[in-house]
Design a protein around this ligand. Sequence first.
Ligand code: NG6
Ligand code: CA
Length: 520
Amino acid sequence: MKIIKRNLFHTAIIVLLLVGCKSKEEKVVATDETAKKPNIVFIYMDDLGYGDMSAYGATEISTPNMDALATGGVQFTNGYASSATCTPSRYAILTGRYPWRNKDAKILPGTAPLIIDTDQMTVPRMLQGEGYATGIVGKWHLGLGSGNVNWNERVSPGPNEVGFDYSYILAATQDRVPTVYIADGHVDGLDPNDPIEVSYEKNFEGEPTGLDNPELTTMKWHHGHNNSIVNGVPRIGFMKGGESAKWSDVDMADHFLAKAQQYVKEHKNKPFFLYYALQQPHVPRTPHPRFAGKSGMGPRGDVILEADWMIGQFMKTLEDEGILDNTLIVFSSDNGPVVNDGYYDDSEEKLGNHTPAGILRGGKYSLFDAGTRVPFITYWKGTIAPGKSDALVCQLDLLTSMAALVGSDKTGGDSENLLDAFMGKSKDGREELVLEATSRTAFRKGNWAMIPPYKGPAINKMVNIELGNAEEYQLYNLENDPSQKENLAKSNPEKLQELIADFEKIRGNSNDGIQDLELK
Ligand code: NG6
Ligand code: CA
């Protein structure tokens, strides 16, 4: 009896111990699972061209920190933004929807309302659903509020209403008012006794403008950009008040870097998503004095060096905080390059032999490939094996692919699951892609590019870029002819018809009425 009792007792102890161990084991497993969810960072450049990085062939400029991502990760040679301008590309990277499905996804003024529906699936919202902290630091340009924003109250809806729990942004572009930072909807540093007023229709009485007061400008406008003057730079749009909140242009890169680093430090213990949207090399190019003159290529080159340095510092923070090998970085640019985008800033004069578009034709605003084909890199130390990939991938695909990565079943309407391509495990990308440029669309399928006929100028003389407009269909074989020199539409009518048919299946026959260029 005693022996049985003792045995029972022992068994009970063993069972208890086992249960104890098991729950401990489970806990360990659970912690590992959480730890396994990688942080995700999108580093998004503004107007960086396919040829602007050494890793993509630039010889006149050196971008060691961006190159380190390229050589240590998957460097895509057929990676696309969704559009040749900013707002539509930014709409697509967050929503996974083609921007031409949203009539408002065009270059927006600083007073435009938010163009993402607040119930729309977005990358940050999907990640919030998976327990991620989500933050944006940098350029937004997707509209704020719902019309007639009062900048002196909380500005909403905005990034915080479409999936970001933290936002520190510039509303539109560096060349557009309001020239202030907005932190979670509040203008940062605003003095309530000096309220801000913003208009894109008319000036405020007595306020100087670039047009009327050129003597007050330190940067001269070339086209557009002759409204309110802030820090000597004439901008697009009129603004009054908010003196203490106005940003310092030369400190903007450092300012955003500090916010991005702070975000990493504060969130390193749980999975986070950070959308770090740098403002360079968009106009006005205002390098900090420690970068001014350093590229020998004028301000455009200088701000590329500046951005490269910022990225190096940011990567160092991930490393110092011990989370680099648990962080997936996606690096890309919102559209192709432009040299003169509205200011006399010496960038044309000092460009020398640098070719921002590399071997590609066109640039920002163009339906030719340089408008949308951009540097595109995925980097994850210790997980992604370095290599080059010619898979056709688009920023549009990040929503569904990131969802697959973190175990979410969410998808974006036009977004494909290309996770294996992004992880460097497969060279298969998407088969076809509709590309957009100032409300016009073109089509890529395999190695073929088709541009439908469009009215309008062949070249935008202001920015000196070929737009892709022609009276006839254009068809290029990008494998043999990446510079789109030989139009094969006439010599290969079967291929042309195939591409037109496939294009119209997706795009519909709705090119009517979209010939109007947004560019003035
Ligand atoms: C254009 C501006 C250009 C730039 C662009 C937006 C003029 C004449 N040009 O309208 O300077 O601001 O809009 O660039 O105003 S983007 O990268 O944000 O799309
Ligand atoms: Ca841009």
